[in-house]
Each structure stands twice: as C-alpha cells, then as structure tokens.
Design a protein around this ligand. Structure first.
Ligand SMILES: [Zn+2]
Length: 220
C-alpha cells in the first residue's frame, strides 16, 4: 500500500484505512477519552454498555432504563461506572504535507497509545483510518485515527547534508535578500546566492522548509 500525503486526502478515502504521511506541525499533550461507557441503573441494577468514538463523540447515555429488561427509570438514574468503562490515552497531532507543498490546511491525526517519541518537524507515516470529524452544511472535515506512528526520514533524504553552518548561511542569504527586496526573497535569487557560496538547491529547499515550519518564513 503506497502512502498518501495529507494534501492528497480525498472524498474516496473517508472510512478507508490508508498509510498516511505528513510532517508534524504540532503535538498535543496526552488526553484521556472514553471508548466504552458502562452505565448502571441505581434503581434495579441493570447495566448498559455504550461504545464511543474517541475523541469527537460523547458517550450517549441510554434515554432510560429498559422497560422490558429493567425498571424503566429515567436516565438520571443511570450512573457511569468508571471501573467498568474503558478509557484511552490519545494525542492530537497536526500534519502538514510531507511534500513541502504550501497552503494546505493541517490535517489532524488522533493517535491512541502513542509510543513513538516525535518532535515538531518530524516526518511520520501511520496506518490511519480516515474519518470525518465535523459536518458544517455540506463541508466534511477529514481526520486520521491511528494506534501509533512511525518516523520517516526528512524529505528527499538530505538531512545529513545540512550542517549548522549551511543552515545559518541560507538564513543569512534569505534575510539579506529580504532586507533588500522589501521583505520578499525570490527563490531563484536565493538559489543563485547559495550556489555562489557552494550550497546546493536541495539544501536550500530543506532549510527553507524548516524555516516555514518554525514560522520564520511565510513564502520563499
Ligand atoms: Zn432500572
């Protein structure tokens, strides 16, 4: 199964499980959700288990205790029994296109039981179910739901070519051009200056994409 970049999620992916790929732009703290809620009637002891989608659903409490199996009491008599319900840890990660494409909305990936340690700017791949979080009028907002994620190398595998001195050189070139050009730095101008300093275009691309990620740069 080939990986789908977050920018390539389409309507046909909703409800499907795919290999989702992106670059981490934010990671939440751990949160706790309820995946299975166990309610017990305080009048007759009847119990009800409600499965719940983490994190966007809220467990739906039964409307009342069953007339047939139980006592028919109103739902205020149904209590959540925590030690028989199931709680899960999850984090919400935002992914931007791994391809480096600009302008796409970050896609949320809900990761339960995450064991991989990741950082801002890390490339990740994850077997994720694509779900729809919200329906506003006709607009469906997709998100991914996954058990864990894997790290993948930086785009185009040039990470090792970027020394700190090259990175600061590209930043300096960029800032100088911006200063001369009214805050704008044309990409070919940056490439030319970098080439003069013996820095290849792919290193420039990588540093610029890091600068975009940290918010230092809005548009090359
Ligand atoms: Zn009851």
């Amino acid at each position: 199964m080939s990986a789908v970049d977050v920018e390539d999620i389409r309507a046909s992916h909703i409800g499907e499980t795919i290999q989702l790929r992106g670059t981490v732009s934010s990671i939440s703290a751990n949160m706790i959700g309820i995946s299975s809620a166990f309610y017990c009637c305080s009048k007759c002891g009847c119990s009800y288990t409600v499965q719940n989608e983490v994190p966007y659903g809220k467990p739906t409490k039964p409307l009342k205790c069953s007339e047939e199996a139980g006592c028919g009491a109103t739902k205020s008599n149904l209590e959540l029994i925590e030690n028989q319900s199931t709680f899960v840890d999850f984090r919400i990660i935002h992914l931007i296109p791994y391809s480096g494409a600009m302008g796409a909305e970050p896609v949320e990936l809900v990761v339960t039981n995450m064991e991989t340690s990741i950082e801002h700017g890390t490339g990740v791949i994850s077997e994720a179910q694509i779900r729809s979080k919200e329906i506003k009028g006709h607009l469906v907002i997709p998100y991914g739901f996954a058990d864990d994620i894997e790290l993948i190398p930086m785009r185009s595998g040039v990470e090792s070519q970027i020394s700190d001195s090259n990175a600061s050189l590209v930043r300096k070139i960029c800032n100088n051009i911006c200063a001369e050009g009214d805050g704008k730095a044309p990409l070919n101008h940056i490439y030319r200056e970098a080439a003069n300093a013996n820095v290849s275009e792919c290193v420039v691309d990588e540093v610029l994409s890091q600068m975009r990620m940290t918010g230092e740069l809005f548009s090359p």
